[in-house]
Design a protein around this ligand. Structure first.
Ligand SMILES: NC(=O)c1ccc[n+]([C@@H]2O[C@H](COP(=O)([O-])OP(=O)(O)OC[C@H]3O[C@@H](n4cnc5c(N)ncnc54)[C@H](O)[C@@H]3O)[C@@H](O)[C@H]2O)c1
Length: 392
């Protein structure tokens, strides 16, 4: 993997816990990437995620668009987000990272943290905003910030637009693959790991497209029903961390162990929780035809060759879950307005084009979709560097 531009480890003076920041690359002096909090988070994991952000940004380069891709970065804190120490730790981490966030790192929610919590902690840490480093690149900062704030206030059936766009993109990636294979949506079953921001929104879009969600896993275990789960009822029964209240289960729903989602009888598997969920050993249990990576790095590299040999196609994270990041910038730079239908239409169009290009290149060159996506991004990086430079 390419060496990142900068990586640092922070040690909290009160608890001894650690946090990380990796800036993989800058474009115009800025890098974008969320902040995750989970017990066991490592610098290695954050480094891989930061690289993924560089690729995700580059894949959206559109010379005709207003938004110019940024570089890639990521933050991580090694702590359980449900720990009573988690919030004050987050504030101290953000205080320590303040110079970077003020100048070149734009961040936001990721695994374990919601945007509300990031915003509240950022304000407490004395920051104007978690994305303030990008403000100097905007033509009309006040108008751009108003547009983004208005977009964040949009809700669709009880879920915020900011929570929905990512899942809209994930679902569209899956639907594009089904269309190319000629598989009808109504004959397609889905199993997901995670029903938080990404998993929840993905489940909603896929079930509304006619697919049957047969299993979802959260921290408490897997909920399954081969005849189909009531997705909206499960979404409504989540707590702030994406755990479903089991009182909402219907008579046909079963509670299974945490890893049962992996081997559920389904055509589409959506890992939408932790990194490294599918490894060389447990990949044998996958019966699905597609793995759609809503989470970042859910499939270990060693698992991919045996999966590919069995005809399982992995649609990679850098493409599949890139919708949220792109939407923030499309909205801020003015490519889309604060409107759900406009945002969904733009996301769907962009995702369909991207997945189409990726699968076509994979087929033409006899490589995996992940290798094709990385090649597409790598083609653009020199152009971005030439045209916009690393530093402002
Ligand atoms: N939120 C975003 O904007 C965004 C964007 C792109 C990618 N992602 C990626 O998507 C993934 C999920 O992020 P999120 O923001 O939806 O997280 P979240 O905290 O909102 O939800 C996580 C969900 O996963 C479940 N979960 C956590 N650990 C689990 C485990 N060990 N087994 C089973 N379920 C488990 C939780 O119960 C919850 O339902 C992460 O890999 C993240 O990097 C998130």
């Amino acid at each position: 993997m390419a060496t990142p531009l900068m990586s640092l480890t922070w040690t909290d003076h009160l608890t001894g816990r650690q946090g990380f920041l990796v800036v993989d690359r800058l474009v115009r002096g800025v890098a974008s990437g969320g902040l995750r909090m989970r017990p066991g988070c490592t610098l290695e994991e954050v480094t891989g995620l930061a690289r993924g952000m560089t690729l995700k940004e580059a894949l959206y380069y559109d010379p005709a668009g207003r938004y110019v891709p940024l570089g890639g970065a990521k933050g991580g804190i090694d702590c359980d987000p449900r720990d009573p120490e988690a919030y004050p730790l987050l504030v101290r981490y953000l205080r320590a990272m303040r110079p970077y966030i003020e100048r070149f790192w734009t961040t936001g929610e990721d695994l374990g943290l919601s945007q509300d919590v990031v915003d509240r902690a950022a304000a407490e840490a004395g920051l104007v905003s978690s994305i303030q480093a990008v403000y100097p690149l905007l033509d009309d900062e006040a108008q751009a910030r108003r547009r983004l704030a208005d977009a964040f206030a949009v809700e669709v059936d009880g879920m915020g637009l900011d929570e929905l766009v990512g899942g809209c993109g994930v679902a569209e990636a899956a639907l594009t693959a089904l269309d190319r294979a000629g598989v009808p949506y109504t004959e397609t079953r889905v199993a997901l790991q995670g029903l938080g921001t990404m998993g929840g929104a993905t489940a909603r879009f896929l079930s509304r497209a006619g697919l049957t969600v047969v299993a979802v896993a959260d921290l408490k275990g897997t909920i399954a029903n081969p005849a189909g789960l009531d997705v909206e009822a499960l979404l409504a029964a989540r707590d702030a961390h994406g755990t479903v209240d089991r009182a909402a289960l219907r008579p046909g729903d079963r509670e299974l162990p945490g890893d049962a989602w992996l081997s559920a009888r389904a055509e589409v598997l959506v890992p939408a929780a932790v990194s490294y969920a599918i490894d060389a050993e447990n990949q044998e249990r996958v019966t699905a035809r597609w793995i759609v990576e809503a989470a970042n790095m859910p499939v270990r590299a060693e698992a991919e060759p045996p999966l590919a040999a069995r005809g399982v196609t992995v649609l990679p994270d850098v493409v599949v879950n890139s919708g949220t990041n792109a939407w923030w910038w499309w909205t801020l730079f003015g490519d889309v307005g604060p409107d759900a239908e406009e945002a969904f239409a733009h996301t769907r169009r962009a995702m369909r084009a991207l997945v189409g290009r990726m699968l076509a290149r994979a087929e033409a060159e006899g490589i995996t979709p992940r290798a094709a996506a990385h090649a597409l991004a790598a083609d653009r990086l020199p152009e971005l560097a030439d045209r916009f430079g690393w530093y402002r």
